[in-house]
Design a protein around this ligand. Sequence first.
Ligand SMILES: Nc1nc2c(ncn2[C@@H]2O[C@H](COP(=O)(O)OP(=O)(O)OP(=O)(O)O)[C@@H](O)[C@H]2O)c(=O)[nH]1
Ligand SMILES: [Mg+2]
Length: 214
Amino acid sequence: MVDIVVMRAISSDNEAHAKEVRKALDRNKVAGLNLISSPGSGKTTLLVKTIQDNPGLKFGVIEGDVYTSRDAERIEKTGAPSVQLNTEGSCHLTASMIETVLPKLDLTKLDYLMVENIGNLICPSAFSLGVHKRVVLLSTAEGSDKVLKYPQAFNTADVVLITKMDIADVVDFDVKIVEDDLKAVNPKIEPWRVSAVTGEGLDRWYDWLKGLHA
Ligand SMILES: Nc1nc2c(ncn2[C@@H]2O[C@H](COP(=O)(O)OP(=O)(O)OP(=O)(O)O)[C@@H](O)[C@H]2O)c(=O)[nH]1
Ligand SMILES: [Mg+2]
């Protein structure tokens, strides 16, 4: 049975709540990640595949969605602990929401806390959640021009994953445009190409995750 918490965003004192979240994660040596992307670009699919492919790593998941518990149900099938956070209209998660639901996950039993943010490339970028890393996904089906259209999402990213590489040709996706645009907004990183269908690029993603605990 999926645990669902309904919370509306109150933006006051986000940084203070973010500090509390970070303290709890650090106390328990849990690496926290905030996954941001447009709706449908593959966040839940990547989480499910990552959990299934790495049985030695202990993941807990906070699933953010405006409505429904569908994503937490998908995570629950992997056996990983998860909580569904419904914002009922808010377009992003806040650190206060994370702090509130954190006690529902036993951090002493986790290596990673994966937070799937609400699907869009605008509001989630403006709110720190207190986690350690920000991962932004861009699917090939969305088009190659999105980095400059939503620069705040990409210039605050620690990792950018281009997802659905298996259909890049069909949707006429140009990786070079994304690489060049990312150089302009976030020159420290390059986008990594992945596909949850073929497995392309996933080893690099898994190695990076493991490195957070090295
Ligand atoms: N071809 C292809 N399809 C994919 C890939 N990853 C995800 N999908 C499909 O894309 C659709 C959306 O995937 P989700 O994982 O639900 O996307 P999401 O980002 O979690 O979506 P929201 O939670 O609604 O924001 C599903 O039909 C997936 O099967 C991929 O690598 N290749
Ligand atoms: Mg999802």
